[in-house]
Design a binder for this molecule. Structure first.
Ligand SMILES: NC(=O)c1ccc[n+]([C@@H]2O[C@H](COP(=O)([O-])OP(=O)(O)OC[C@H]3O[C@@H](n4cnc5c(N)ncnc54)[C@H](OP(=O)(O)O)[C@@H]3O)[C@@H](O)[C@H]2O)c1
Length: 253
């Protein structure tokens, strides 16, 4: 197989949840650049969706957007309608939310809020998406280091990502006979708007940079390139894998 063919996403169609901002936006643009037709899902921010459509205009592939809050029956129904009769080559699941507080300050409503998107929505989403996936498809699920390590004020997000990872490994085993691959992509800290909600954001990012062998944060483009790899035929042997992309932060004390 030629190198170009190995990474080509031409004639393929993908759904990217949370695909209009941050990492999801970079994935959408990267996939469109590789020739794919991409549907970027989002919940509220129309401006970001319009900006994405402008950015995608010159690309080889196409970008469409689908506003659907994945935590609501209405949003899920809207998404299902959007994809009626459509065949998909894959899904990149980026949509997530979080509350950054110590456990003693967290309340049950915050637990429900975070878990409703970070794990329950994925469960609901794949019930819609699996019937649309053709053989050779790939699902990539975005997780984070908090799924396996204790990160300051990150108990809710980290534990929901832990559940998401376990669920994804079960899904990977179940879908492998259908020739559908599921993998987990786990970036280190990436500067996106999601960091706006983190108290002492600047000092924490500085600390991460200091202890990261790469000497900087990984970028949204680097995460998108890894998602591209996991959706391309170049990664055909990867199933249920947890790909860490953190500039080496995880290998040092
Ligand atoms: N940034 C990091 O440092 C980092 C590190 C490790 C892992 N990750 C993971 O990478 C993924 C992307 O993170 P990010 O920092 O790029 O996030 P982000 O910039 O906050 O973008 C979040 C995206 O999710 C969408 N979204 C939010 N709630 C939704 C809902 N209920 N239904 C559908 N879409 C919804 C948003 O749409 P609207 O614009 O409409 O709100 C937006 O497009 C997440 O899974 C995150 O956990 C991030």
């Amino acid at each position: 197989m030629s190198m170009e063919y190995l990474f080509s996403l031409r004639d393929k169609k993908y759904l990217v949840t949370g695909g209009t901002r941050g990492i999801g936006r970079a994935v959408t643009l990267r996939f469109a650049e590789a020739g794919a037709a991409v549907v970027a899902n989002y919940a509220h921010n129309e401006e970001a969706a319009l900006e994405l459509l402008r950015l995608a205009e010159p690309m080889e592939g196409t970008v469409d957007v689908c506003r659907a809050d994945l935590t609501t029956p209405k949003g899920l129904a809207c998404l299902a309608e959007h994809f009626q009769g459509v065949s998909l080559s894959g899904l990149v699941h980026c949509a997530a939310t979080g509350v950054h507080l110590p456990i003693s300050k967290l309340r049950a409503r915050q637990f429900d809020w975070v878990y409703s998107l970070n794990i329950r929505a994925f469960f609901e989403l794949i019930q819609i998406v699996i019937p649309l996936l053709s053989a050779g498809s790939s699902i990539v699920v975005l997780s984070s280091s908090g799924a396996v390590r204790a990160v300051q004020d990150y108990a809710l997000i980290g534990s929901s990502k832990g559940a998401l990872e376990s669920f994804s490994r079960h899904l990977a085993a179940e879908l492998a006979p259908e020739k559908i691959r599921v993998n987990i992509l786990c970036p280190g800290s990436v500067k996106t708007e999601s960091w706006d909600a983190v108290p002492d954001r600047e000092s924490r990012l500085e600390k991460t940079i200091t202890r990261t062998p790469l000497g900087r944060l990984v970028t949204v483009e680097e995460v998108a390139a890894a998602a591209h790899f996991l959706c391309s035929d170049a990664s055909s042997g990867f199933i249920g894998h947890r790909l860490v992309l953190d500039g080496g932060a995880g290998i040092v004390e």
